[in-house]
Design a protein around this ligand. Structure first.
Ligand code: PMV
Length: 351
């Protein structure tokens, strides 16, 4: 069959949190203990999602990277809940076919859930003709996976923790757009393509329940967000670099302090931390910052001028298997071309 204009396709990119979200005050609504700030990445890493609402199917169908997902699996069900929220706003009970393709390994700590959910929310709201603002879209995305709400805007984005019990004040705001700091570079340093063993959702729940050090983290991170926003506004790279490394260290410290411990970094990650620390010491100032999400892969934030100093340092580290360079991205966009296997999947499902 030929695909009609009922198909909507969107591309979204991951974001890297400079001040991170780790721990919820409300599990069901996904309300964080602290605000977080990220930069949205360019399209070198992206998730493309095509979506079609239909009355010709009895059940929803969801594919990621060519594999049909089990919608009764808790992790998938929680992600897919954004579709139910969008359906209820649009007042429709149409079934849906969602097909996502990642340009990078899923679940290896490169925020594929963020770009995946952001592209799903963006394409689904468009497909149903809903004209939602950033605030409303981010409240929906947040409930699929917290960090995904920050991928709905480009540039530098703050996710406000909010204080209301119903979560209506926990949404994103753009601090600066993608063109604001064009010299800033993220060298995504891949040290493992393996899926993480403990998903963030379960991991952060354990941290909140057991870590002694976590008791001070939300207060620290909240204050760090205010300092980082100021550093971004002043384009103060050294301040940004310091806050970024300290927050990554702090999050991985509370992870290690979780009982049993959560260890997402591997020996290559530690080598990267040491190498960047040594480089900064040699340079007599901060020329690069490392940051790690819930996985061993590093994001090295630097400025174009310093790249020639940073690259040889990374190249000397044996355990690095791939490097992808990206800059601050523009956020999600509609794309005309559906994902490559969409037509076949739809054809097999609908005669
Ligand atoms: O939203 P989740 O469940 O994927 O949590 C991810 C949290 C971190 O990536 C580790 C930090 C962050 O703020 O992105």
């Amino acid at each position: 069959m030929t695909i009609s204009e009922d198909v909507y396709t969107a591309i979204a990119t991951p974001n890297i949190a400079l001040i991170k979200y780790w721990g919820k005050r409300n599990d069901a609504l996904i309300l964080p203990h602290n605000s977080s700030i990220s930069m949205t990445l360019g399209e070198e890493l992206n998730t493309k999602t095509s979506i079609m609402f239909t009355d010709k199917l009895k059940e929803d169908v969801f594919y990621i990277d060519g594999v049909r997902q089990d919608l009764s699996n808790n992790d998938i069900k929680e992600r897919f809940a954004v579709i139910d929220k969008i359906r209820s706003i649009a007042n429709t009970d149409l079934r849906v076919i969602v097909v996502s393709e990642n340009s990078f390994p899923a679940s290896a700590g490169l925020a594929s859930s963020a770009s995946g959910i952001a592209s799903m929310v963006f394409s689904a709201t468009n497909a149903l003709g809903l004209d939602l603002d950033l605030k409303s879209m981010s409240i929906i995305a947040r409930q699929g996976s917290g960090s995904s709400c920050r991928s709905l805007a480009g540039g530098f984005v703050k996710w406000e923790r909010g204080t209301k019990r119903d979560g209506t004040d926990s949404y994103i705001r753009q601090i600066a757009d993608a063109n604001y700091w064009p010299e800033l570079v993220d060298i995504v340093t891949i040290v493992s393509n393996e899926k993480k063993k403990i998903l963030s959702r379960a991991g952060m729940r354990e941290t909140v329940a057991t870590s002694i050090l976590y008791k001070v983290r939300p207060q620290y991170a909240e204050a760090a967000c205010i300092e980082l926003e100021e550093a971004i506004k002043k384009k103060d790279f050294e301040k940004l670099a310091m806050l970024t490394m300290r927050d990554s260290n702090n999050m991985h410290a509370v992870m290690l302090d979780t009982y049993p411990p959560l260890i997402y970094l591997n020996s290559t990650s530690l080598e990267i931390i040491n190498a960047i620390t040594d480089l900064n010491e040699r340079e007599g100032g901060l020329v690069a910052a490392y940051t790690f999400d819930a996985g061993p892969n590093a994001h090295i934030i630097t400025l174009e001028n310093y790249e020639s100093k940073v690259m040889p340092v990374l190249k000397a580290i044996q355990g690095i298997i791939d490097i992808k360079r990206t800059k601050v991205g523009k956020g999600p966009r509609v794309d005309k071309e559906p994902v490559r296997n969409f037509e076949k999947i739809v054809g097999d499902l609908i005669e």
